[in-house]
Write a protein that binds this ligand. Structure first.
Ligand SMILES: Nc1ncnc2c1ncn2[C@@H]1O[C@H](COP(=O)(O)OP(=O)(O)OP(=O)(O)O)[C@@H](O)[C@H]1O
Ligand SMILES: [Mg+2]
Length: 337
């Protein structure tokens, strides 16, 4: 989005003229240039918006391809937003593999949360049992992450039970099966500045619950053939859901993960991704493939985030990505804030 005039993202007050790029037709469908009024679209989790009340940026990490770095990107963004930028972050783990949960609380605690019904599975089970929706506030794990320096990241944990619930939810009658999470987190999200949702690599009902509350989404991808073929279907599925729900879900961009500078395939695919105007914007910072980033999944206090993610430029790349992510959310999700 190109802003006309000397306006910083943080200076948005009421209106500013924007020129929409071609690939943002969903957001600005009628004209290529117009005065944008920052009317806040009412979100499904916010039944009674309070004027002037702050609202978090709710961002899903989504790709139908598995193993492309969705969870790693989500965890790094949360930890860096907390330590380097002082943000309060809620992580929502919707993946039954519960990798994000394990990274944030360790395997033992993840299993305890599951056996004591302190995971997101509870709210979907309640919906299926036709119980009144309970607030997810009682499920929030506060101050997660093995890193002592990370002090403002909370978590709604995943459970392996979400696999079966994904199918069961399609049989929910009498209520919209995509708004169960929205109802449970209503009243909770305004405690945070960022809500990051780690989605599994499918478009089942649990994933749809996550996308239903998202203002925007990121697409992590490895720059290889198999991974990038999947980007246009991701875009069209999300656009379809957004139009079905009459709610904007903005493409924030593609994050290149596991990048190998020496790979001719990676270079070629990057060029193609850059040139293809129908694809979302590429974040300029690429996450390098690195043993240290892979090892960061371990539930260990590495001392500093630089040590955890890699002092050889890996942490700096992730910090740069986070800084760009902050600016992008402020510009692309500016509505009413
Ligand atoms: N930059 C990287 N360098 C090396 N290994 C990485 C990098 N990013 C992620 N990995 C490793 O790749 C594997 C897959 O990463 P991750 O779990 O983040 O992907 P995902 O897209 O969330 O996968 P899934 O679709 O299964 O949820 C993990 O073992 C992770 O540690
Ligand atoms: Mg994952």
């Amino acid at each position: 989005m190109e802003l006309r005039g000397d306006v910083a993202a943080s200076d948005f007050v009421s209106s500013v003229e924007v020129v929409a790029p071609r690939d943002e037709v969903w957001d600005w469908p009628a004209k290529s240039s117009r005065t944008l009024q920052f009317d806040r679209p009412q979100r499904v989790w916010e039944p009674k918006p309070t004027p002037g009340q702050s609202r978090p940026y709710v961002v899903a990490t989504f790709n139908l391809k598995g193993g492309v770095g969705k969870t790693t990107t989500t965890a790094a963004l949360a930890e860096i937003l907390s330590v380097e930028f002082g943000k309060r972050v809620l992580l929502i783990d919707l993946d039954p593999q519960r990798n994000l949960t394990t990274m944030m609380v360790g395997e033992k605690r993840a299993a305890e949360l599951d056996s004591s019904d302190h995971t997101l599975a509870s709210i979907f089970i309640d919906a299926l049992m036709r119980q009144p929706p309970r607030s997810a506030a009682g499920l929030v794990q506060h101050h997660v992450s093995p890193m002592n320096v990370v002090t403002s990241v909370d978590l709604l944990a995943a459970s392996p039970k979400l696999i079966a619930l994904q199918d069961d939810m399609t049989r929910l009658t009498g209520a919209d099966p995509t708004t169960v999470l929205a109802k449970a987190v209503s009243g909770l999200l305004t405690d945070y500045e960022f809500v990051l949702i780690d989605c599994p690599p499918n478009l089942g009902m649990i994933t749809q619950n996550g996308l239903r509350i998202a203002d925007g989404y990121l697409i992590p991808t490895i720059p290889d053939f198999m991974s990038t073929y999947g980007i246009p279907p991701v875009q069209s599925h999300v656009r379809h859901l957004a139009s079905q729900w009459s709610t904007p879900i903005t493409e924030l961009g593609v994050v290149i993960t596991k990048y190998r500078r020496s790979s001719a395939v990676h270079q070629r695919i990057l060029d193609e991704l850059r040139e293809n105007r129908s694809l979302p914007r590429l974040f300029p910072t690429r996450i390098p493939e690195s043993n240290q980033i892979a090892a960061a999944a371990e539930f260990t206090d590495f001392g500093s985030l630089r040590q955890k993610y890699g002092p050889g430029g890996q942490f700096l790349a992730l910090r740069e990505l986070t800084s760009d992510f902050l600016a992008t959310t402020r510009i692309k999700l500016a509505w009413g804030r």
